[in-house]
Design a protein around this ligand. Structure first.
Ligand SMILES: Nc1nc2c(ncn2[C@@H]2O[C@H](COP(=O)(O)OP(=O)(O)OP(=O)(O)O)[C@@H](O)[C@H]2O)c(=O)[nH]1
Ligand SMILES: [Mg+2]
Length: 336
């Protein structure tokens, strides 16, 4: 049988048409899924966390922010829904402040630890931390300093590169005074002095949307590696129980030094009671003060015991101890 001549794969007309159109398009690439980027927003009560988050979220076409002040009185981490920003799906998580007048320090600590441990167990790292400091405070009080110490201990040195310190209410201070306070914050060993070498950045926030967006932009466009916070690696990787972590140690130290301060005040008041005239108004006032200090002292002792109990690997005991008054804590997560 004569062999059939091989047919050209396309006619000269078809070849010409293809040349006009250019080479065939490559198979369509699937669009890359944007990475999720968790950003923790930390700082004392009233530092402006919710307000800042709101600006960032609503500027990106969403109304899923949080009401300023809405978190006060509760110990919970409030996270926004993810929203697209540059190449990321950003989730902003407002971390509750330590403020004994609002919620117990140990409750707040367990909430934060529980949230971060949960993220770490899922392998989720954090893009960064915005630590907010209010510029209107003439001097930083005990609670503000406690929040700062806890922030440093929770993050650890290795995460400091991913921190932006946000100086809020910049619109409310005289610029010269603001600059003065900023240098003190940068240099003093009580504030950011010990961590400045590890490169946290400082930015001013004047309460406007533009200023909020500049802060988010600065954090996101640094091309930072995602990190675990120190408390996450200490618990999940090193297997430490929560109260043995650096943050647990700092909190225990804080509670103990407050206990000591109250003890000294109680000694003074009792000495004054002994010297006051029996049945006088002075004696009545001093006894009221004594009672209030004793109450505070008892609460602090209970807090220390609760924190120390976190090392007991007996879940049922811990659940009985906490779950009645603390709904946010997932102790299974903490202890398992
Ligand atoms: N002028 C000015 N006011 C601000 C700024 N940031 C926040 N505020 C105001 O400060 C108050 C407290 O702000 P919040 O955002 O509720 O503070 P927070 O840190 O979320 O407080 P908690 O959730 O209670 O810990 C609100 O009345 C805000 O409007 C700022 O940069 N400038
Ligand atoms: Mg808030």
């Amino acid at each position: 049988m004569p062999r059939r001549a091989k047919q050209p794969s396309s006619s000269p007309d078809q070849t010409f048409a293809r040349q006009q159109r250019g080479p065939p398009a490559p198979p369509e690439e699937k669009p890359k899924r944007p990475k999720t980027a968790y950003v923790l927003v930390m700082g004392s009560t009233g530092a402006g966390k919710s307000t800042l988050i709101n600006h960032m979220v609503t500027s990106n076409g969403s109304n899923l922010g949080m009401r300023p002040g809405s978190q006060s009185g509760t110990a919970a981490v409030n996270a926004t829904k993810p929203f697209k920003f540059q190449s990321y799906q950003v989730i902003l998580a407002e971390v509750p402040a330590f403020d004994a007048e609002v919620a117990s320090d140990v409750d707040v600590f367990i909430t934060i630890a529980s949230y971060l441990v949960k993220l770490c167990r899922k392998g989720i790292k954090v893009l960064g931390v915005l630590y907010l400091c209010r510029m209107t405070d003439n001097r930083l009080d005990g609670t503000t300093l406690q929040n700062l110490r806890m922030f440093r201990a929770i993050c650890g040195m290795s995460a400091m590169r991913n921190v932006v310190v946000v100086l809020t209410m910049w619109d409310q201070v005289d610029p010269q005074l603001g600059e003065q306070r900023e240098s003190e914050l940068r240099e003093s060993s009580r504030f950011f002095g010990p961590v400045m070498a590890d490169n946290p950045r400082m930015m001013h926030h004047n309460g406007s949307k533009d200023s909020a967006m500049a802060i988010l932009n600065n954090l996101v466009s640094q091309n930072l590696s995602l990190v675990f916070m120190s408390i996450q690696s200490e618990t999940v990787t090193d297997g430490k129980v929560v109260h043995q972590t650096e943050a647990g140690r700092v909190l225990m130290e804080d509670l103990n030094s407050r206990k000591l301060m109250h003890e000294e005040k109680l000694d003074d008041v009792r000495r004054d009671i002994a010297q006051a005239r029996s049945g006088s108004d002075d004696e009545g006032d001093l006894k009221t003060t004594e009672k209030s200090l004793e109450d505070q002292q008892r609460k602090l002792a209970e807090e220390c015991d609760r924190l120390a109990c976190l090392s007991i690997p007996d879940q049922s005991f811990l659940q009985k101890l906490f779950c009645c008054n603390f709904s946010c804590c997932n102790l299974q997560d903490l202890m398992s």
